[in-house]
Every structure is written in C-alpha cells, then in structure tokens.
Design a protein around this ligand. Sequence first.
Ligand SMILES: [Zn+2]
Ligand SMILES: [Zn+2]
Length: 224
Amino acid sequence: MRADLHTHALSSSRDSRMTVAVLAEAASAAGLEAIAITDHLPGTDFAAAERECSERGITLIPGREVGCALGHVLVFSTDRGWLAALPPVVELPLVGDRNGPVAFVWAHPAGWRVGGAMAPPEPSRGASFMHGIEMLNGERLWQDRGVEIARSLCDELGLAACGGSDAHDAGSVGRCLTEAPEASDALSFIEALMAGAVRPVLSKRWAAANNIDYQRADLIGSLE
Ligand SMILES: [Zn+2]
Ligand SMILES: [Zn+2]
C-alpha cells in the first residue's frame, strides 16, 4: 500500500487551503490508496475525514505533526481521540493513555527554521524515539542538500526513509509517498512504519501531471 503520509487540512491546520473533502478528492484524483492527515493543531475531526476518504475508497491513516526538541515529528496512531488531543508542541517520548501502537517519523529533518535560521539536525534531541525519517518532503525537495542530509541521517541512525507531500493545497497532494508493501489498512501501515518495512517514493505520475522534470540524480532512486 502506498500512502501520502504528510497532508494538512482545515481547520486544524490554519495554513492549509484545503477542507478535508477537497483533500480526499485530490487524493482520489491522484489515484492514492491511502493518506495521512497530519494537522498542526488539536481537533482534527477524524470521523468526518474517514467518511470523506472511505467514500472514495481511500484508507485514512490518522496522524499529527507536532513540534518538539528534535524539530517537527509526524505521529501516527489509530487512537484518534488521543491524537486529536495532542498539543502542538510536545516533549518526547509521549506518555499517557492511548490504545494501540504509535509510530514516529522525523519530518523534514534538515528543514527546521528557528527565527529565520536553519537549525541543523541534532539527533540527540530525541531521534532515539523515531521509527523513520522523512527523506522526501514535497515542500522541501529543492532545499539545498535536504534529501541528502535526510538520507545520511537514515544511514547513521538505522532508520527507514519515508516520503510525504506536506500538502497544504490540492495540487500538491500525492507528490511524495511512502510504500509499505505488506500494509493493507491504517494499523498495518503504522506497524510497517515501526518495523522499518517502508520506502520513499517520488511520484512520477504527479510529476508528469504537473509538467515537472526532476533533473536530480539524488531523486532518481525514488522516482516511480
Ligand atoms: Zn513541518
Ligand atoms: Zn507539515
């Protein structure tokens, strides 16, 4: 199963230009099997999102994007109530009552701005809690050495590489994906993330539809 693991919708991501319905429609148009909604703020209506997705045959993987000492972290769980209540900034590891497994992915590790300056990745701030690293982030594919830095962090830390669009508008949905060959639903996708049984995929289909030709040797390995 392939999923866009990083998308933002209104109203729990105020910087998004998509409602959940628009996001689900864009995912359907892009031919996606699954998407994660990873809002910045608490309150995502996962039940409504699930309806919009399942009407279109898309699996919803409940998620959040939270800030912590490490930078931005994507959190995935089937415990929607627990996820929806997470504050925007947390301290790792997340403790508290929750049901089922939780997967953590270090989002855009080379792209965390603090007061205008780029904060260099500092794994000692909590990378030991991560299961994967977002090597392909749709918003930052063109960032200087971002993909390379993420890839070497994966090697250094022994973590699986992932991909997500970081989509805030319909046209960006589906550009970067994560493939979990064994997964068939949200729970098995989360388990695959935890086991490192995933890989990043840069969507050739999205690139062709948007007339983008990636002349980038570092991306060729993940274009499909
Ligand atoms: Zn982020
Ligand atoms: Zn994001």
